[in-house]
Design a protein. Structure first.
Length: 323
C-alpha cells in the first residue's frame, strides 16, 4: 500500500470546508477504485482561525479516521502551515492544496499518474489566466515573476501554484531547509527535482473570501525577493554610483553657470540639491540593508516556525477523559 498525505492549510475557512471535504472524499473514492494500492490521510492545518474552522475539523476528525489536524497557538501564516503539514505528513506521496477549491481536487488523479510513472518527482498546476482578479493585482503579479526571474538564479514559473503533488524524497529535501523566513514558491524551485506543469484556467472560490489582501501579497513578494536574491544590494551600489555622477554633472553645470552669470549666487541651491540626492541615497541604501539585516536577525533567534495548540489526538484524548 502507498499512503497519500493531503495537506490543507486553513485560515477562517468555515464556509468552504464542508464543500472541500465532500469534493475531496469523492476524488479519493475514485482514485482508490483506479489505484487500489492507494490509501489516504487528510491533514488539515488550522492557522489560528478565528471562526468555526477548528470546530468543523474536530467534528470531521471524530467522524473520519482519515482526518488529522494541527491547530496553531496563533496565526503563523500559510508558509508555516505548509511547513507543519510537510513535517507531520506520513505519506509516500504528499499533496499541498488550499481548502478554497481554487486548487481543484479533480486534478489529483492526473497528478498521481505523472508522479507514479517515475518520470516526474512533482506535478503542479499553473494558471494560464487570472480571471476573477483585479487588473492591478494581475499586473503586479506578472511584474513580480518577471522581476524575480531576472534578479534571482532560482527560476519561478509565472502562474505556478502551491498546489503540488510530490514524492517523499522531494518533501524530505524541502524539510532540510529550516529557514524561518520562508518563500515556498522559491523553495520548490530551489530544491530542483523534475516537475510536470498542468495548465488550467483560474477557478473562483465557491464560498467565503480570501484572506490575502493586496498589501499582504506585496509583503509576501518582498519576502521572496529578499529570500532568493541579493540583487537589491547591488542595485543600491548602482544607484549610489549614478547619483554620484548626477551630482558631479550638477556641480559642473553650477560652476559653468557661475562663470557665465557672475552675479548669481547659486551656492546654496547647489548644496541643497547635492545634499538631497545624497540623503535620499543613504536612506534608500540603509532601508535595503535593514531588510536583509532583519531577516538575518530573525534567523539567528532560531524561533520555531510554528507552535501547536491542539491536534486530533489531544482532542480525542480530552473527549475520552470527559466521558
Amino acid at each position: 500500500m502507498k499512503l497519500l498525505s493531503i495537506i490543507v492549510p486553513c485560515y477562517n475557512e468555515e464556509e468552504v470546508l464542508p464543500l472541500f471535504y465532500d469534493e475531496i472524499r469523492k476524488v479519493m473514492a475514485q482514485m482508490q477504485e483506479t489505484y487500489p494500492e492507494l490509501c489516504f490521510e487528510l491533514l488539515f492545518i488550522d492557522d489560528g482561525s478565528k471562526d468555526k474552522t477548528l470546530e468543523i475539523l474536530r467534528s470531521m476528525s471524530l467522524a473520519d479516521k482519515q482526518v488529522r489536524y494541527i491547530s496553531f497557538s496563533r496565526n503563523f501564516g500559510k508558509e508555516a502551515g505548509m511547513y507543519a503539514g510537510l513535517e507531520n505528513s506520513k505519506g509516500d506521496f504528499v499533496v499541498v492544496m488550499d481548502a478554497d477549491l481554487q486548487h481543484p481536487p479533480a486534478f489529483l488523479p492526473q497528478m498521481y499518474s505523472y508522479v507514479r510513472s517515475g518520470e516526474y518527482d512533482c506535478a503542479t498546476t499553473r494558471r494560464v489566466s487570472r480571471k476573477g482578479e483585479s487588473k492591478l493585482r494581475s499586473f503586479f503579479a506578472r511584474t513580480f515573476y518577471k522581476l524575480m526571474n531576472k534578479i534571482s538564479q532560482t527560476e519561478i514559473v509565472d502562474g505556478a501554484q502551491d498546489f503540488r503533488f510530490m514524492t517523499r524524497q522531494m518533501v524530505d529535501a524541502i524539510l532540510q531547509m529550516h529557514e524561518y523566513n520562508r518563500f515556498s514558491k522559491g523553495i520548490f524551485s530551489w530544491v530542483g527535482f523534475k516537475t510536470r506543469y498542468i495548465e488550467y484556467e483560474n477557478v473562483e472560490r465557491p464560498a467565503g473570501t480570501s484572506s490575502w489582501s493586496f498589501w499582504g501579497l506585496f509583503r509576501y513578494s518582498l519576502e521572496g525577493i529578499f529570500a532568493f536574491s541579493t540583487a537589491p544590494l547591488s542595485f543600491a551600489v548602482l544607484v549610489g554610483v549614478l547619483i554620484c555622477l548626477i551630482s558631479l554633472v550638477l556641480l559642473i553645470l553650477f560652476v559653468v553657470k557661475a562663470v557665465i552669470v557672475p552675479d548669481a549666487d547659486l551656492r546654496f541651491l547647489a548644496a541643497l540639491c547635492i545634499l538631497s540626492l545624497l540623503s535620499g541615497l543613504q536612506l534608500f541604501s540603509i532601508g535595503i540593508l535593514g531588510q536583509y539585516l532583519s531577516k538575518t536577525y530573525m534567523e539567528s533567534k532560531h524561533r520555531p516556525i510554528y507552535l501547536t495548540r491542539e491536534t486530533e489526538k489531544t482532542y480525542r484524548s480530552r473527549q475520552g477523559e470527559g466521558q
